[in-house]
Design a protein around this ligand. Sequence first.
Ligand code: NAP
Length: 284
Amino acid sequence: MDTVKLYNGKKMPVMGFKICKNSDEEKAVQSIVKAIEVGFRHIDSAAGYENEELVSKGLKKSGFPREELFLTSNLMVDKHVYSNVRDKVEGILEKLGTSYLDLYLIHWPLDVGTGEDWDKENLETWRAMEELYEEGKLKAIGVSNFSVNHLENIVEHAKIKPMVNQLMIYPGVTQNDVREYCKKYDIIVQACSPLNPLNVLRKEDRIREMLQKYNKSLAQVLLRFGLDLDVLPLTRSAHAYRIEENFDVFDFKLDQADFDYLFHWRHADFTESDDQNGEPPQIS
Ligand SMILES: NC(=O)c1ccc[n+]([C@@H]2O[C@H](COP(=O)([O-])OP(=O)(O)OC[C@H]3O[C@@H](n4cnc5c(N)ncnc54)[C@H](OP(=O)(O)O)[C@@H]3O)[C@@H](O)[C@H]2O)c1
């Protein structure tokens, strides 16, 4: 229940924890310590959020054994990055005081419009990650914010396909075409921003009834929605009681009708994609 297996056999904890950019140092360190204390084992960091040093401090303060944690980091992509990937990975390993990362992701793809050779450049970056994977410095490699065309480029031309795709997923943005593609190729989908529509949803009567029925908070219902959609939620909070609450989502499941309601929920501020037409899966 608390881990899934990537297609290479590596186990990945279901619940991930992250701190945001420009976090207050003391709060950020405390939040990582608290997250590990309540049961989060997957801690994410990103060069793009400049939070690797803070994550490192939090990990040290927790005193938790490295080998029992799953550490992810994200590569900030700039152009012609192949030659930089190794240095960036060495840098993060040094900052985190570890000899390997459990998962390394390309944070954003180069895309149509970012240059004529976006597809070749994404593949070059990926090739550098494959090498580090084969050397054992990266135990799993993946991507983030990759649409179907970005994934196809890697799956069809690279030696190793991505193991994870981290995407914005929450009611209103369920990324049906990308999730379907990932399922077909055994790529685990991780959901960042799972609580995004929380402040809008909380005003709805239907949602208030749901919370009473399950005796859970809206954050818990949204995280459960992600789990029932077969995606792995990645959350953050600076508050100890919320960190605790966000991990306490394994003792209930949504009814199919409530799940379907959230799956079909639309709001102008949150539904931007044109791929929202799929049918909700049956909760297993
Ligand atoms: N891969 C990507 O490109 C990408 C894109 C978006 C986000 N991310 C990353 O994913 C992480 C999560 O995204 P996110 O920041 O949108 O996170 P989120 O977990 O969906 O939402 C975090 C927000 O919800 C609040 N919150 C957390 N738990 C709560 C609870 N139980 N009840 C009420 N409010 C609660 C937090 O406030 P408090 O801190 O005050 O509790 C914070 O404002 C971020 O660290 C971000 O870096 C990655």
